[in-house]
Every structure is written in C-alpha cells, then in structure tokens.
Design a binder for this molecule. Sequence first.
Ligand code: ASP
Length: 584
Amino acid sequence: MYRTHNCGELSLNQKGEKVTLSGWAQKIRNKGFIIWIDIRDRYGITQLVFDNERTSKEVYEKAKQINREYVIQINGIVLERESKNPQIQTGSIEIFVEKLNILNKSETPPFTIEEKTDGGDELRMKYRYLDLRRNPVKNNLIFRHNVTMKVRNFLSNTGFIDIETPCLIKSTPEGARDFIVPSRMNPKEFYALPQSPQTFKQLLMVGGIDKYFQIVKCFRDEDLRADRQPEFTQIDCEMSYVTQDDVLNQFESLIIYLIKEINNKTVNSFPRIKYEDAILNYGTDKPDIRFEMKIHELNSLAKNKGFNVFDKEELILAISVPNAASYSRKQIDNLTDWVKKPQIGANGLIWVKYESENNIKSSVDKFFNLSEIKKWIKKCDSNPGDLILIISGERKDCRVQIGNLRLKMGGDLGLRNPEEFAPVWITDFPLLYWDDELKKYNAMHHPFTSPKNDHIKFLDSNPEKVKANAYDLVINGNEIGGGSIRIHDTKLQQKIFKILGFSNEEAEKQFGFLMNSFKYGAPPHGGIAFGLDRLVAILKGKETIRDFIAFPKNNSGRDIMLDAPSTIDSNQLDELSLSLKSKK
Ligand code: ASP
C-alpha cells in the first residue's frame, strides 16, 4: 500500500498513529543533525522529520540523498509539532520517519514548485506538468471541475440530455476559419473540425431529442487575439418548442444557480438591453453594467458653436465620471495621452470639472459660456463633484473610444469589483451586417438565426434593418454566451442563404443535409452556447482563461510543451495525398 493518508489530512487527531504517506519532496532543510522535508501531493503538505540521533542510520543517509521533487514514500509516527503553522491543515503535526522509500528521482525542476514560483510564463507552459503541481494552477482546475459538475447536474435535472456529436465534420459557419483535417482514405478530401456543434444540435431537435446539452471542444482558426484559444470549450445547448423568453429564462436560472452554488452570491433576474441601446449607452454590445456612467451625446448642444474641434466631427460624446472633478491637471493629461494612444485612437479629450454649482471649469472655457456648459451638465445627468469627459470623432469610432474610456474610468475608480456579478442579456441583434471588404451581407450570429417575425418583410427591401431573435449573455463586460431562435422553415432558410450570397448549389452542397431534414417536420427550436473557459474564469473573478485550461496554447496558437503545430514527414504527406509528389 502506497499510503494510508494523503499529505493534506493529518492533524493532532492522529497523534501517535503510524502512517504511510507518498508524495513529492517540496522543501528540504538540512541542519546537519536534523532534516525536515515537506512532502506534497494533491491534497496538501506534511512536514517530515529525520533526526540524526533517533532515526536509523540507513534512513538518515537515504534522506540526505533526497532532492526537490523526488517521489518518496515514508512510514512514520505522527508527532505534535513544536512550532505550529496555523495556516495549513497539517500545521500542528509532523511525521517522525521510520522507513523511507525513494520511489523515483527527479532532476532539479526548472522553477520552484510552490505557491509562488520564480518561473516565467513560457517556462511554466513548457513544463506545464510541473506547473500543475502548484496549488494555484491545480486549484483552478478543481474549480473548473466543480463548475462543470454543477452545470451537468443542473441541466440533467432540468431534462437536458448530454449527447456527443462528431469532431470530423463538414464546415460549420460561425464566422471563423475552419481547422481542416485531410482524409487519407478519401484522397484530396478534407474534414473540418467543428467551430461549434451548431448544425448537429439542430438535427438533434429534428430527431426529437427536445433538450440537448454537451460540454464540448470547439475549434476556430482565428487570428491572434489576446486570451483566445484556437480550441476552447462550450456548454452547448438546444431546446425544442421554445420562444426566446423560454430560452433566456431557462439559462438565466442556470447562471443564477452557478453564482449561488459557486460564489454564494445572490443575483436576481438579469436586465435585458437591446443591442442598439447597449451601443448607444455603453459603446459596446458587451457592456459592463457593474457601474452606470452612460454615454451621452452632445451634438445638438455643442456643435456649430464655433469650436472647430467639435464642428468638424460627426459625433460629440460625453461621460460623467462620479467624484472625479478633483482630478489634477496631470491626471487629466495622462487620460488625454491614454485616449490618444493607437489602441484607442481618439483625437483628444475635452473636460468639464463640475465641482459645484458655482465652480465649473472646462478646457473649452474660451469657446463655450457657462450657460452652455450647464446644458451639457444637465444632459449628462451630472452631480456636483463629477468630471465630464468628452470625445469627438467619426461616427464609426467615437462610441467605441468613449466606451473604452468608460471602462478605464470604471476600473480606475474601483467600480469593477471582480467579486460582484452583473449579468445582462443583450437582445435584438441585427440579423445581418454589411461586410465592406467582401461587399456582401454576413450573418451577425450565424446563418441559422431567425429574423424577428415582423421584420421578415424587410428582408428584401432593407436587410440591415432586420432584427434577429438572437441574444448574448454578458457578465461584467465579457461575452459569456450567445444563441438564437433558429429558422425551422426550409423556404426562409433558403432565402437567408441567398441574401448571404450562397448560390442554390453552394447552399445545397454545404447545408443540404440540414435543409433536407427541415422537410421532415422540424420543430421550432432555439438554443445557446456558453464559453466554459471564460465563464469559469469570471466566476473565479479572473480574466485570463489560460489559467483554467490544463494544457493551453500560447497567443500564437502554439503548444510549447508539445512543440505543436509541427511539420510531418514526407511519408505521412504522401499518404494524405498532400506532398508535391502526390500533386502530380
Ligand atoms: N453555435 C453558436 C455559437 O457557437 C451558439 C448558438 O447559436 O447556440 O456561438
């Protein structure tokens, strides 16, 4: 038997007992006459003691050979420790070792494997299996496990069936590039890895499954973006005979349940904000509503008053930052530099300090008189003590810029507490958007999303006006999930494919299987998918999804431990009919 207990459970309750433990040597302190070794496993750390006088010579000599990360097994007696460590479960005891077995040696690890490490990101990823021995990383995985177990239980208890769908499939259009897998048995033909199980879950509804879920890997070949993984996990769900409200209510209760179970926090029903209003008020379709600070438009009050900076621009937008009127010149200069940096791209920043009714200063005093500025203050719902920040610019950029400034100010003022959860549904997305490069319409969500019933009539005349039965769940400014009520009518689906620029043949070739299934009585259906990696990170109050994935890829999509992707040898290329030779 390798162990009677784990390294995290012994306490004074076992004082005097003989125990067997196995684990890794974490810390070794050799005082010459006494050796302490901390032994670690998944469950914790226990202090071992070897004593020059009382420990047998053989065991003592062996203990001297132990280095960091050696795998050892010991038998010994639980003793009360003299200097106790109340921080850890086993802090009141130590084991007086009688037998020692070195199960495996270890090279000196490339970084310290403790709570805090000296290893940089790159090194930790290369030796991820060592990083996993560290508490913070391991605890994140345990946390993720707890979340997925709760999700599974909740969905199973509410009637959802977990069904696996294939990974070697035909392209699913979710707006990214597909990862492609060459087929050896079908030369020059390729599978695609699923960007999501979208078409399969719809087929499951045609198949009468009624409620489906799957915690599933999805693959998207997207360009480099911070904290994106080419393969990631979704909680993918679909339901039959549902309206948008049914779906939102069902999954709102899942998220409320998770926040309660995992964080012991109570969130009530989520606000629902229309896409258009989100953009107007927050400059983004993923608003962080932990704080207010909405965007206000000053065009009618500030344009054409002789101030060229405003006059020449399409939009003048303002936010009112609470209790920031006391910002110093230097602080405001820093903000100006911030909005001007290329990632934000604003031309500059105008400010109004509304200290009190009788004390109002602005950076444009020369151009606007007090009564004009007071109108801005009113428009912005400002309170005494507020600092109004104004950005002007082109319509397509200005809202995003001030939306980013809003987030920065929220962060600077401590209004974005990671332990607070502010979920919100964003609804009424446009069905389509115009892709200026490709000169065609694209689906905003995906091509299977249904238009709002009373908007179908605009599909021909004014496609951009058409709103979809599509929704996103946003928590604390992060898109956590999205879905839609689907089209279940072949004719309408054909029409949408056509608007999206598919010829009948192309639509048939790519989606014939789905359209065919619709001919056999497709029920009305809809669903949603959540990004599990991000949901887990947010529930833990963190933003980096990589920390919650056992073996993540780096920002260039590489696995630096495996050194993948990598070249393959010419025989393999031959077999796949991919080599130059086989191209002949
Ligand atoms: N398949 C969609 C996605 O991956 C989710 C959905 O529409 O249910 O975003």
